[in-house]
Ligand binder design. Structure first.
Ligand SMILES: [Zn+2]
Length: 321
């Protein structure tokens, strides 16, 4: 049985949808929603150009992200901070229903399926979502997971549908993060947990990114290596400024969450991870500094407890309810 049955609604008016021969139909909006590649496509028809661009960008880059994930998934930095935010969800009882928005290739959802949860995965990119479904089916989780195309700012679920929700490195891709967080709050049951994983901090945008870009450009021109890699960055990634501690706390509070805990996710280990990724792209082969990443993770924990530095991690994890 499709685990989204009974909780789907119109993404625009939140009214009930009728099943028709063509798919789903909102009588209030007089709009039909069909299937794409066997998945409900409940993305509003009037989506902005930026959202359509993200939808196409990530569908066109599935192979690239599969390749990158194969490396990331062995990185101690990546594994440690993903385990940190997934553990915030693992306090839930067995078979709890968890929503992931912006699920991408579905690797975090797979971890939760393996822990015995039921997962509804949404993304705006058909290519990424189909890959996530393929991964979950291949691991034998067809009955415990559902995949559908949705816009995180206009969720097609009835209020109070989920025990928990999470999103990983996805909020900064949205034109209106507050609307998305309000939507997540709406679809959670009372007291439901929301977890945010590896959202970028804002300080890098004014410091290390422009500096790093300039240094990389100089190094490439000296080495005679053509400048590339930009085509892998989505339009939303180019526009984002990340979130400061204050901005993220304000967003969560304004969305209606009252218990908010922000956790620093990476200092030195993150810097090593991103440096090795940049060098890998520059030299055209995978450079891994995994032992070094592993060695500095305990140090990252200590840095995060210092009052000033607690505002300047590379990424944020957060739990709210
Ligand atoms: Zn409607």
């Amino acid at each position: 049985m499709d685990i989204s049955q009974g909780i789907l609604c119109c993404p625009d008016c939140k009214g009930p949808l009728d099943h028709t021969e063509a798919g789903l139909y909102c009588p209030a909006c007089t709009v039909d929603y069909g299937e794409l590649d066997g998945m409900w496509d409940l993305v509003p028809r009037d989506s902005s150009a930026l959202k359509l661009s993200e939808r196409n960008h990530y569908t066109g880059k599935v192979d690239y992200f599969l390749h990158m994930h194969a490396t990331w998934n062995r990185s101690p930095f990546y594994r440690h901070y993903h385990a940190c935010f997934l553990d915030e969800l693992r306090i839930l009882p067995h078979a709890s229903l968890i929503l992931e928005t912006g699920c991408g290739l579905g690797h975090d959802g797979l971890e939760l399926l393996r822990s015995g949860y039921r997962v509804v995965e949404t993304d705006i990119s058909p290519g990424q979502l189909a890959q996530a479904r393929c991964l979950h089916e291949a691991e034998g989780f067809s009955a415990a997971s559902t995949h559908l195309l949705a816009d995180a700012e206009n969720l097609p679920f009835a209020s109070g549908s989920f025990d928990a929700a999470f999103t990983v490195a996805s909020l900064h891709h949205l034109p209106d993060p507050l609307t998305s967080l309000r939507e997540v709050r709406r679809v959670l049951k009372p007291g439901g947990i929301f977890v945010l994983g590896t959202e970028p901090n804002s300080w890098q945008n004014y410091t290390i990114y422009p500096l790093g870009k300039a240094l990389l450009k100089a190094a490439r021109s000296i080495a005679g290596v053509p400048i590339g890699g930009e085509e892998m960055v989505s339009e939303a990634d180019k526009l984002t400024e990340g979130f400061s501690r204050r901005q993220l706390e304000d967003l969560l509070r304004n969305a209606g969450f009252t218990r908010i805990e922000l956790q620093p996710a990476g200092y030195l280990s993150a810097a090593i991870f991103f440096l090795s990724t940049e060098i890998s792209q520059m030299v055209g082969r995978d450079i891994k500094l995994f032992p070094l990443e592993r060695a500095v993770i305990p140090l990252d924990g200590a840095l995060g407890r210092l009052p000033l530095l607690s505002h300047y991690p590379w990424h944020w994890n957060a739990a709210a309810s």
